[in-house]
Design a protein around this ligand. Structure first.
Ligand SMILES: NC(=O)c1ccc[n+]([C@@H]2O[C@H](COP(=O)([O-])OP(=O)(O)OC[C@H]3O[C@@H](n4cnc5c(N)ncnc54)[C@H](O)[C@@H]3O)[C@@H](O)[C@H]2O)c1
Length: 369
């Protein structure tokens, strides 16, 4: 496809970096992983040996960024480092695939988006579920208008994580994880939920630290008011033994739930529901117009390659990934001040900055059990 293969470097060699490596390896005809980096040499060595061919190992990413044969860097470091490393990489002319969450605050997101524009380099965020067939099918059905008007939506990102999950040095603290179950776990489904349901006008939320000895929340519950007037309820936790992830989106007669299932009803005598087999078939037919599957991180990697080749924006670029950070910021703000928060959160709002967000969220911090 290209005369020369794209040179790739992985910065951060912990858990998620392996998913990046496996995805790049699926496109071995288009790219070559040339370098890995971690402040822990041991982890970088482990990742390099997993790659199984000659890659150079670095403890500091600066030397990688100066290399002319590196075109793309995957940022697999903890959330609090993303802004600095991403901006530096863009400045050095690299295209970037950054892990979620994009950043700790809207201010950081905007700096990253501005750097991507200034240095004319692609910024893609690893929301790999956006490329999964089920979600693309749901998006396709929703764009057809078959569900409209939306009458009810609810998201459950109910995870269970033991205490040792939070023993990883960067987790459990505002300064490094940049939030808790909402920004780290719920974010994947929440990103998809707002991608499907559209602009959020306002947020009302509660959050708590229920069952872990951490500073950040391990539970949040929020009501989102969408621009179309519909209301969505979103729950995110790392404290639920009901360890299940999914959502329901319902219209008046048709609906979809994740794990993917279609629902259609018509009115029976007395206004009671009766299964609508034809309605169900219509939904399934529409969904099946979308095919194809991108396992693991192959979706974002393939899309970034295409975006570079065609000189277009990545499917999940900085602006797209910023939307969920704005909703999460509103959840944190609302849960802290006890009031409904209207969007957008503008640059003169103290919650726009990382410093402001951390200051106010700690000052008004919720009960710790
Ligand atoms: N997309 C997904 O499904 C998914 C899943 C898990 C984690 N993540 C995200 O990936 C990121 C990393 O998570 P993880 O679970 O792999 O964490 P991890 O702790 O396993 O790995 C992070 C690595 O980064 C290294 N590191 C820290 N600062 C560095 C720096 N300045 N330069 C180089 N290396 C540095 C650490 O030593 C560590 O090895 C987080 O943002 C997390 O939210 C995404």
């Amino acid at each position: 496809m290209w005369e020369n293969k794209l040179g790739v470097a992985i910065i951060g060699s912990g858990g998620i970096s392996y998913a990046h490596v496996e995805a790049y390896q699926q496109f071995g005809n288009q790219c070559s992983i040339k370098a890995v980096c971690d402040v822990s040499e041991e982890r970088a060595v482990r990742l390099a040996s997993y790659i199984g061919k000659e890659v150079e190992i670095y403890k500091n990413c600066k030397a990688i960024l100066s290399r002319n044969d590196i075109d793309i860097v995957s940022i697999c470091t903890p959330p609090f480092t993303h802004k600095e490393v991403v901006v530096e990489a863009l400045k050095h002319g690299k295209h970037v695939l950054c892990e979620k969450p994009l950043a700790a605050s809207l201010q950081e997101c905007d700096e990253m988006i501005a750097a991507s524009k200034k240095y004319n380099r692609k910024l893609s965020i690893a929301f790999q579920n956006r490329y999964k067939k089920d979600f693309l099918q749901v998006k396709h059905v929703m764009e057809s208008g078959m569900l409209n008007p939306i009458t009810f939506s609810q998201l459950n990102a109910l995870y269970w994580r033991g205490d040792s999950y939070y023993e990883v040095d960067w987790r459990g603290k505002w300064e490094t994880e940049c939030g808790g179950a909402t920004i780290n776990l719920e974010i994947h489904l929440l990103d998809i939920f707002i991608w499907l349901l559209g602009k959020v006008d306002s947020v009302y939320a509660e959050m708590e630290t229920i069952s872990h000895d951490i500073d950040v929340e391990d539970l949040s519950m929020a009501m989102l008011k969408f621009a179309d007037g519909s209301i969505g309820q979103v729950n995110g936790t790392s404290s639920s033994v009901i360890n299940t992830m999914g959502f329901n989106i319902s219209g008046r007669n048709k609906g979809i739930s994740i794990p993917i299932m279609f629902h259609a009803l018509k009115e029976n005598e007395g206004g009671f529901p009766l299964e609508d087999k034809d309605g169900l078939k219509q939904l399934e037919k529409k969904a099946n117009e979308v095919q194809g599957e991108y396992p693991g991180h192959t979706g974002p990697v393939n899309d970034l390659f295409q975006a570079i080749k065609d000189d277009r924006e990545p499917f999940v670029n900085g602006e797209e990934a910023r939307r969920v950070i704005e909703v999460i910021t509103a959840i944190y703000k609302s849960a802290t001040i006890g009031e409904r928060v209207s969007l957008p959160i503008t640059s003169n709002d103290p919650w726009y900055t990382t410093k402001g967000l951390h200051h106010f969220v700690k000052k008004g911090r919720v009960r710790k059990v």
